[in-house]
Ligand binder design. Structure first.
Ligand SMILES: NC(=O)C1=CN([C@@H]2O[C@H](COP(=O)(O)OP(=O)(O)OC[C@H]3O[C@@H](n4cnc5c(N)ncnc54)[C@H](O)[C@@H]3O)[C@@H](O)[C@H]2O)C=CC1
Ligand SMILES: Nc1nc(O)c(N)c(N[C@@H]2O[C@H](COP(=O)(O)O)[C@@H](O)[C@H]2O)n1
Length: 221
């Protein structure tokens, strides 16, 4: 499995404001690039915090990219994956519509009624007692045939994936704005590292829109 984390942050490292509402940090060129990365992926993954904040659809938007996927014999949009320990994904979430297969990765703590509600619209994977065990959940996704995986956020999930050593590549668009706020989400939140910081090797620097795209490879830990 190859895991690419892709996100957009402000020049001061924020994914959104302290209100945690969806903000367009990317410009048109970067959103088009994100669409191409989605179209090259078998699955697009987000945490439930992002589902609750943004209600994303996570589909491929460009019809030509969808057509190329169909020509390759792939579903026109990749599978969608929500990492959701207690099954908080609303049943009317856009990510649960029939545009693509959706996997909900739950923990054993997810209540039975939430499991039943989500089972109608999603494939359920259970891994971990109170929190989703990402190593086990991603192994189950790989077992289901998902090899090229794109993670779109948010900051809690991205930190945990780095902590679990699951990230192969990080692509960050840095947009021309300052958001600020000590409580605004950043690229990697969670508890944070105090030692054994993951190390990155810079692979590319590209100017896009009024910002810059950095592509990093994650060094083996
Ligand atoms: N600018 C950008 O590229 C993006 C911005 N965002 C923004 O990020 C914010 C949402 O991010 P977060 O609140 O950090 O939520 P998140 O999307 O990272 O989800 C975190 C939640 O996932 C669940 N979870 C289950 N197992 C977990 C594990 N092992 N590790 C971590 N989480 C686990 C927990 O319920 C946890 O609260 C929103 O404001 C959204 O707009 C989200 C995606 C991309
Ligand atoms: N790459 C990027 N740039 C931004 O400025 C963003 N706000 C995001 N957000 C991510 O995209 C998801 C929305 O997907 P749909 O358009 O609904 O398909 C959102 O939930 C974030 O994961 N990304």
């Amino acid at each position: 499995m190859h895991v690419v984390v892709n996100a957009a942050m402000s020049a001061d490292g924020k994914l959104s404001s302290r209100r945690r509402e969806q903000l367009a940090i990317s410009g048109d060129e970067d959103f088009a690039r994100v669409d191409r990365v989605r179209a090259e992926s078998d699955a697009v993954v987000v945490g439930v915090g992002t589902v609750l904040a943004d209600d994303p659809h996570l589909t491929v938007k460009d019809e030509r990219l969808r057509e190329r996927r169909r020509e390759r014999g792939e579903p026109e949009t990749p599978a969608r994956v929500v990492v959701d320990s207690s099954g908080r994904t609303p049943t009317d979430a856009a990510v649960l519509d029939d545009a693509a297969t959706t996997y909900c990765c739950l923990s054993e703590a997810a209540p039975v009624d939430r499991r039943a509600a989500l089972a109608d619209a999603a494939e359920l994977i259970t891994a971990g007692e109170e929190r989703v065990d990402l190593l086990r959940a991603f192994a189950a996704l790989q077992e289901a045939g998902l090899e090229q995986v794109m993670v779109e956020g948010g900051g809690e999930l991205i930190f945990s994936l780095f902590e679990a050593g699951l990230v192969d590549e990080l692509r960050v668009f840095i947009g021309p704005t300052i958001i600020g706020g000590r409580d605004a989400p950043t690229l990697a939140d969670g508890e944070g590292f105090v030692a054994d910081f993951p190390e990155l090797a810079l692979e590319a620097v590209d100017r896009l829109d009024e910002g810059v795209l950095l592509t990093w490879r994650v060094e083996d830990r």
